[in-house]
Design a protein around this ligand. Structure first.
Ligand SMILES: NC(=O)c1ccc[n+]([C@@H]2O[C@H](COP(=O)([O-])OP(=O)(O)OC[C@H]3O[C@@H](n4cnc5c(N)ncnc54)[C@H](OP(=O)(O)O)[C@@H]3O)[C@@H](O)[C@H]2O)c1
Length: 303
């Protein structure tokens, strides 16, 4: 099968190569998925799980990409809950070969059924941004109706999902980003927008839940925006500054079939809009990931 592999951590996306690999086998509790669309997050190439397995052993050449939508083509021993020919989507394990390929072996529990009226491209764009937003707001952030939520990077992959989910759950949503992101953030449902290059972030205060996807200096300054008893939720690594009288939590997104079901239900009902920046073929994906063109939203790869 065709697959994109990486072998050199220092090289970044320039080290991605399209090559021939043998088809993976479905292990116990796995399904083999014929990939119809996949997603890739550039940060993956910096994560240890791309390079070593759980015991720290080198696993290169490894196949990146962990979001998939496709069709089950085989079942491993003991696999329950999915069947051959079924449309599925989900999040592949970080420490196994991923989805920038024609086939991927993946634990069945990491996948959910993809309804027939949801396109594979849309399905592949949902797992990371949708699950991260869901888990940050409702699991780690313990969001409650009526709270204020400040969403950094509200026009981006994760931020656009947080903005929509929070708004629909009854939040007052303040989005942030670059000046050019204002319209998109408001389009996703932000009631206010802070242009991080020209406005003063500190003018906004007393926030119940700050959702940080940026980190660094913005992350540090965000802790002070949290009201007493509030929460800073970050996906950009452990927070360097804690809210004075609040909590900070950082987390890594996990696969969850029930949450994927909730997310895709909202997409079908027209309540959740995915944020796809471009769609490319597997043959063109390496050059797309190395392009300097500024793309807003997810790059979805179709084999
Ligand atoms: N922990 C986890 O489980 C988890 C899960 C998903 C993602 N992540 C990480 O979270 C981050 C965001 O992911 P994403 O998919 O949402 O990325 P994305 O689509 O690039 O969105 C990030 C948004 O924030 C904006 N932004 C970044 N730095 C900014 C700054 N200094 N000032 C103003 N705006 C800024 C970006 O604008 P520009 O494009 O103009 O820079 C973009 O609109 C990535 O680092 C990703 O690796 C972590």
């Amino acid at each position: 099968m065709k697959a994109i592999v990486v072998t050199d951590q220092e090289a970044g996306p320039a080290g991605m190569t399209l090559t021939e690999r043998s088809e993976p086998k479905a292990a116990g509790n796995d399904v083999l998925v014929e990939v119809h669309a996949s997603g890739f997050t550039p940060g993956e190439l910096e994560w240890p799980s791309t390079w070593v397995d759980r015991l720290g052993r080198d696993r290169t050449p490894s196949i990146p990409g962990h979001e998939v939508a496709g069709v089950v083509s085989a079942l491993g021993y003991g696999t329950r809950g999915l069947s051959v020919g079924q449309r599925v989507f989900g999040l592949a394990d970080w420490t196994r070969d991923g989805t920038l390929a024609q086939y991927v072996a993946i634990e069945a529990r990491n996948l959910a059924p993809l309804p027939g009226d949801v396109d594979f491209t849309v399905g592949a764009s949902l797992p990371i941004s949708g699950l991260t937003a869901w888990q940050g707001l409702f699991v780690h952030g313990r969001f409650q109706q009526g709270q204020s939520v400040l969403v950094h990077g509200a026009a981006g992959g994760v931020g656009s999902m947080v903005t929509q989910l929070a708004g629909q759950a009854g939040a007052y949503v303040i989005g942030t980003g670059r000046a050019a992101d204002r319209e998109a953030a408001v389009g996703f449902g932000a009631q206010e927008f802070v242009d991080l290059d020209n406005d003063t972030l500190e003018d906004v205060g007393g926030i119940d839940l700050v959702f940080d996807v940026i980190g660094g200096d913005i992350g540090k300054r965000s802790a002070a925006l949290v009201r007493p008893g509030g929460m800073l939720v970050t996906i950009a690594g452990p927070p360097e500054t804690q809210p004075k009288d609040g909590l900070a939590v950082d987390f890594v997104v996990e696969a969850d079939r029930a949450q994927l079901g909730e997310i895709v239900r909202r997409v079908r009902e027209g309540r959740l809009r995915t944020n796809i920046g471009r769609v490319v073929n597997l043959d063109d994906a390496v050059s797309a990931f190395n392009s300097t063109e500024r793309i807003k939203g997810k790059t979805v790869v179709r084999p």
